[in-house]
Design a protein around this ligand. Sequence first.
Ligand code: ADE
Length: 248
Amino acid sequence: MDFTVLTLFPELIQSFFKHGMILRGIEKKLIDATCVNIRDFSTDRHNTVDDRPYGGGSGMVMKVEPLKAAILSAKKKAPESQVILMTPQGNRFSQKKAWELASKNTGLIFICGRYEGIDERIYTTLVDEELSIGDYVMTGGELASMVIIDSIARLIPGVLGSDESCRSDSFTDDRLEYAQYTRPEVFERQKVPDVLLSGNHEKIRLWRKKSSLERTFLKRPDLFKKTGLSKEEKKIVLQWCQELESLC
Ligand code: ADE
């Protein structure tokens, strides 16, 4: 999968590409990651990439010409790529969107805005989608693009050690991930649940299902509004009700 980031702060992105899972993905040739400095596409001798807003007001606006040239150059290398503008006004990024973009596998070009905004005319023909990572405003789209690339890259088969581990991630199927334990078996008098030591795969699967349901109920009940309970989950809830009733 091709990731291209258009930015005025290439060092920020380059260091991200040099570490951890992204680097391993690049080394395994599962990921191609490129960082493009938008300033390289400015045409005047001062390398200008921003200008004062028409109509007055504070701050500077990113100019359309260098940005367009940077996008077209990135598209030349990866013509199928989707162009994504990072902006707090965009659609909210989610785990579902991460899966969607990872499975489309078209290649992604991220535009990281800076200053007060980007000339409106960039939106009309050059941007396929606007994405936001939350309702807060950062000084630029760089951190947001890294958040999105990280969450997509780990879903590409072979990038993580175990493909299974991202299938049980929180938010996949609108549930939080189940509780996890590792050695020691007892820590400050808290013991790992016996079932996890039993070796019985079906019992472990059920326990995890229950744990995931419990956590979602307690921490993110809003997730149930999106999807109702599955047949198996209803059975677990019914069991809880019976257990509670027997306590009364
Ligand atoms: N640029 C600035 N703030 C942002 C946000 N919340 N999401 C995406 N891009 C941004």
